[in-house]
Design a protein around this ligand. Structure first.
Ligand SMILES: [Zn+2]
Length: 322
């Protein structure tokens, strides 16, 4: 796997902002040139519903696996705290770690659940030629809600089969800490559901927007990974694109020149029309009182619609190797 973007050392947080601002002046963020038409054929709706059902199952499974892994880690932390407490002190840092594991685990569980449910919905929707973002998002929300309901109902069901224990740090004790729902659990579950919806929205919207469709031909375009571009080459390509100088673009894109901008060609196999997208990746690193900090940014820096005669020379370029 290629590592995208160049890591630049800066003095502090302000330096990282200045670095990204400077990059954005050279290659500003642009809106995607492709917009899903919103068409929702009957087959698309059917496919979305099937995708939603499958998404609910896979989302629930994802949520349960991530929750199990998180709970395993959390139990280890709890055990560690218990051991340290038995020795007479509980280091604050250990509690903070335990809380961190809980927050990250909850985020992964609910975020993963929503994203998988939504991605599955939109991905299956493609089989029915769905181009409607709203329909995909609405059905993805329903799938997410079902998956969340399953994940939320498992802890109390498990707890009902396990005898209670007075020792909170025993396995039985932990099962009841997680499974005997009180107001705190309800708050966590509601926050988790909202986060799952956010991830479902992002997942469904991104997936439908990435499914470039040629409306005149009624077919999805094929995707080609073009050789990666350095910043300087990407600037040249952006300038040449503005005047549709495809010969210049093909010249500089013939080989990998760096890993700053990731170009993708979408092209209709029937009429030859397409889109060229380029995503810019950037990282800034600095050291503060808490240690090394790395800030990552990425944005769409190139996005343009191409007529068949402009897409053709790009389609003959070599594929990116990694
Ligand atoms: Zn076409």
């Amino acid at each position: 796997m290629r590592t995208w973007g160049t890591e630049v050392s800066v003095a502090d947080e302000a330096g990282s902002r200045a670095h990204f601002d400077a990059l954005a002046r050279r290659l500003p963020a642009v809106p995607s040139a492709y917009h899903p038409s919103g068409a929702l054929p009957f087959t698309g709706l059917l496919a979305l519903l099937v995708g939603g059902a499958l998404g609910a199952v896979l989302g629930a499974a994802t949520g349960l696996v991530l929750a199990a892994v998180s709970l395993g880690l959390f139990s280890l932390m709890a055990l560690l705290i218990a051991v340290i407490a038995a020795c007479g002190f509980v280091a604050c840092i250990t509690l903070v770690w335990g809380l961190g594991v809980a927050v990250v685990g909850g985020g992964l569980t609910f975020g993963g659940l929503g994203w998988v449910a939504a991605w599955t919905t939109a991905r299956v929707g493609k089989l029915g030629k769905n181009r409607n973002v709203t329909a995909a998002v609405v059905i993805a929300f329903a799938a997410t809600f079902v998956a969340w309901s399953v994940v939320a109902s498992v802890p109390p069901i498990v707890a009902s089969f396990v005898p209670p224990s007075s020792d909170d740090f025993s396995l039985n004790g932990l099962v009841h800490i997680f499974g005997d729902y009180g107001w705190f659990h309800v708050v966590v579950l509601i926050v988790g559901l909202l986060f799952a919806f956010v991830m479902a929205f992002v997942g469904a919207e991104d997936e439908v927007k990435s499914q470039t469709f040629c409306e005149p031909c009624g077919a999805f375009m094929t995707t080609k990974r073009l050789p990666a571009m350095s910043l300087v080459v990407a600037e040249q390509v952006a300038r040449s694109l503005a005047v549709r100088d495809m010969i210049a673009i093909v010249d500089v894109l013939a080989s990998d020149t760096g890993s700053d901008v990731e170009p993708t060609l979408h092209r209709c196999a029937r009429c030859g029309a397409g889109y060229l997208d380029g995503r810019l990746w950037a990282h800034a690193k600095y050291v503060d009182s808490k240690g090394d900090k790395i800030v990552d940014r990425d944005w769409l820096a190139i996005s343009t619609q191409l007529r068949p005669e402009h897409a053709l020379p790009l389609s003959r370029l070599p594929d990116r190797k990694d």
